[in-house]
Design a protein around this ligand. Structure first.
Ligand code: NAD
Length: 731
């Protein structure tokens, strides 16, 4: 079992091929790194070797570092974790630097052997940092390939020299989108940006690599930063142009991250400080900042939720063990906003779609939504005319239920009205075969009660999409009381086909995501009613990492929807209904016709074109601002705890059965402070003991909605945590 193999040809070109056994994508492990290092040593020491090609035996080059390796480095370091991580990273630097120097004399820069990276496809993270240490990067013209450094997306930054090398290669300004936003490019775009050097047809990849190796001159092997008189493109921080870039970048990063993402800040510091010193010192600085990020609990929490657990859920961590349930033909009933989106993502994934509405015109309108999205894709060069025709060809827009024959899955997205849904259920079941699974996209109606309209309740399930369907990656699958395993497996296989992330929850009011987000919105409105400055509410939310303040989110989802939900909840709960103070705000807004973005008036003011201007001045007249304002931390605790306690209750009640789903679902579903890894991740960072103190304090000051759940209190007294060694098993 070797991750890298070595072959030397008659012309003196050694080829090192990366091909991790048993995996579809190469990922770098510590053992892999050390083997690569040995093979490079072999090649450099062998007089018969004129140069080296580094390539992959798979269709792609590499997906990145095995993130578990870094986690393990930290764990195994114990109370010397920082040293262990720093030393580990420095040993990677040493190997990559050895490749870069390739045996040359560091003074004369002579005597090195050319090393070329030949990338057949995707090259991400370490899969690009390694090529960046080679003397030339040639990629096959594979439009599906993605090239880039996505580390920042999971809460770390490129720490194997990628940060330092890219900035020295392209300049801070040009490198910014790749480092700070994790921008990925196809090979042609990567070449245009200067990320790689050359793009060739796939069959010429190794031919051209060999040709380059054999023709390379000594000067071709010297990296600009190792040559005399090197100047950083775009200027260093102590030159006027460079200064402007760094000032701008700091402001932009802080504006976007509000300072809650340690990785973005550390990356900027590594780039800035690294730019002031020689290359090898810059690598050391990069390693120190990288270590600080790895030791920050936020990075571990982000890696866990956004990478490891997200992938585990996508691969079916909670899928019942029944045979493959891939969908071949789906019927989508209701071609409105949601149905149209569901039809598009299904057809785009290669599934045949029958899109039904009550009138042909409505069905056609639903299909034309796909056309609009595909046209947009064509404009951006992402979709070909053939692909557009193919996707549209898969969608049949009709009013005729007979067209549903042969469907193995139905997704119903008609009006949110139990009567209409019941009628549709009966009509569909009369038209489809006995094995067909029926899913409803309801956002508020209990699955178990909707299933009463079905003759086959074991085949009845909730598949809850978020709007807009083509952009939102979470899908909440809801098991009704009688839902069977095959229906769950069907829903999971379908979500996998359309390449989204599923969570599976049990049936309860508002399921999981909406259940947690509503208290957030309500807490925001409650504070407005109390006289808390609305700007304080909104900014407090953003400063703690929520993408939108609660008032803006109410505007986006619409105030009349809020009114509708409030009325329905009140009707269901009767005297126990706790949100009268919120209704006072939301009902008054609705009475004033301020329905949010859709009416160009809500908690915010908008111009005629619908651009959001700022908080509406009229709020101060309706709900005068109190003289004394709460401190920032109190507002933040209220906003976060409102959501988090609901997540804990969902777990206690068995609506959630897996904290991984609770965390991944929260980040993807409603943008819960991603830096925290999700509500359970946040509680672990805080510590159960501190969480209890906060809840007790909030309960005393603001009421029983903050009462500490018994489970959390017990966790605090036993010294446990959600993910730790004494992790509480899911309900
Ligand atoms: P919508 O009003 O845009 O679309 C509903 C469509 O269903 C309309 O085109 C309507 O003509 C059609 N329809 C109504 N009765 C029908 C019938 N008997 N037969 C065939 N078609 C019929 O609504 P929407 O926003 O797309 O919501 C649809 C469902 O999705 C609702 O259950 C809603 O709760 C749920 N949902 C909505 C959102 C959201 O953000 N809008 C998010 C998640 C879930």
């Amino acid at each position: 079992m070797t991750d890298f193999t070595y072959a030397l040809d008659a012309d003196g070109v050694a080829t090192i091929t990366w091909d991790v056994p048993g995996k579809s994508m190469n990922v770098m492990s510590l053992a892999g790194f050390s083997l690569l290092s040995d093979l490079i040593d072999t090649a450099l020491a062998d007089a018969a070797v004129k140069g080296i090609i580094l390539t992959s035996g798979k269709k792609d080059f590499a997906g990145g570092m095995d993130l578990n390796v870094i986690a393990r480095m930290k764990e195994e370091g114990g109370d010397q974790a920082a040293k262990a991580v720093f030393d580990g990273v420095m040993s990677m630097h040493a190997i990559l630097r050895k490749i870069e120097r390739a045996g040359m004399d560091p003074k004369t820069l002579k005597g090195g052997k050319p090393i070329v990276a030949a990338l057949p496809g995707t090259a991400l993270g370490i899969g690009l940092e390694l090529p960046l240490s080679c003397h030339r990067i040639i990629a096959a013209d594979n439009p599906k390939a993605k090239i880039g450094l996505p580390e920042i997306m999971v809460g770390i930054f490129p720490g194997a020299g990628g940060t330092t090398r890219l900035v020295r290669k392209m300049g801070a300004m040009m490198a910014a989108p790749f480092l700070l936003e994790g921008k990925l490019s196809d090979p042609k775009a990567a070449k245009a940006a200067g990320l790689i050097d050359e793009v060739v047809t796939p069959d010429q990849l190794l031919v051209r690599a060999k040709e380059w190796v054999l023709a390379a001159k000594e000067a071709d092997l010297v990296k600009p930063w190792d040559a005399k008189g090197y100047k950083m493109p775009g200027g260093t921080p102590y030159h006027a142009a460079g200064f402007g870039t760094f000032v701008g970048a700091s402001a932009m990063v802080l504006g976007k991250t509000q300072g809650v993402y340690p990785a973005a800040r550390a990356l900027l510091a590594a780039v800035y400080e690294g730019a002031l010193v020689p290359f090898d010192t810059a690598l050391k600085i990069e390693a120190r900042h990288f270590t600080s990020v790895i030791l920050n609990p936020s990075s571990g929490a982000m890696i866990r939720s956004l990478f490891i657990n997200k992938e585990a859920l996508e691969k079916g961590a909670n899928r019942p063990k029944v045979e493959d349930q891939q969908v071949s033909k789906v019927g989508v009933i209701g071609a409105g906003m949601m149905g149209a989106g569901i039809a598009y993502v299904s057809a785009n994934a290669g599934i045949e779609v029958v899109l039904i509405d009550a009138a042909q015109e409505a069905a056609d309108r639903g299909k034309s939504y796909s056309e609009t999205l595909l046209d947009k894709g064509m404009k951006r060069g992402k979709v070909t005319a053939d692909k557009k025709a193919e996707v549209l060809g898969r969608i049949t827009a009709t009013t005729d239920y007979a067209a549903l024959a042969g469907c193995d899955l139905i997704v119903e997205a008609v009006f949110e009205d139990p009567k209409v849904k019941a009628e549709v259920t009966a009509k569909v079941e009369a038209a489809v075969g006995p094995d067909c699974i029926f899913a409803t996209n309801t956002s508020t109606l209990p699955i178990t009660s909707l299933a009463k309209a079905s003759a086959r309740p074991a085949q009845f399930i909730g598949i809850h999409f978020f709007s807009p369907v083509d952009k939102m990656n979470l899908v909440e699958i809801i098991r009704g009381k009688e839902t069977g395993d095959r229906a769950v497996a069907k829903a999971l296989d379908y979500v996998r086909q359309i390449r989204k992330t599923p969570i599976v929850v049990n049936d309860a009011r508002f399921f999981y995501a909406n259940r947690c987000i509503i208290p957030y919105l309500n807490e925001g409105m409650r504070m407005v009613a109390e006289g808390v400055e609305p700007a304080l509410v909104e900014n407090a939310a953003k400063l703690v990492g929520m993408p939108l303040g609660p008032l803006q989110l109410v505007d986006e989802t619409s105030i009349d929807l809020g009114v509708k939900i409030a009325k329905a909840t009140k009707a269901a709960m009767g005297d126990a209904y706790p949100d009268g103070a919120v209704d006072e705000v939301i009902f008054r807004m609705a009475d004033m016709g301020r329905l949010g973005r859709k009416s160009n008036a809500g908690f915010y003011a908008y111009d005629d074109k619908g651009n959001r201007l700022g908080l509406w001045d009229g709020l101060a007249t309706e709900w005068p601002v109190a003289e004394t304002q709460p401190d920032l931390a109190t507002v933040q605790q209220r906003l976060l705890m409102a959501q988090v306690l609901e997540a804990v209750r969902a777990l206690d009640e068995g609506v959630l059965t897996d904290i991984r789903e609770g965390d991944v679902g929260a980040i993807l579903g409603w943008g819960f402070a991603p830096w925290s890894g999700g509500p359970f991740g946040w509680l672990d960072i805080l510590g159960a003991g501190r969480a209890v103190e906060i809840c007790d304090d909030l309960t005393a000051r603001f009421g029983n909605r903050f009462i500490t759940p018994q489970s959390l209190r017990e966790m605090a007294s036993s010294g446990g945590s959600f993910y730790g060694s004494k992790a509480r098993k899911a309900a």
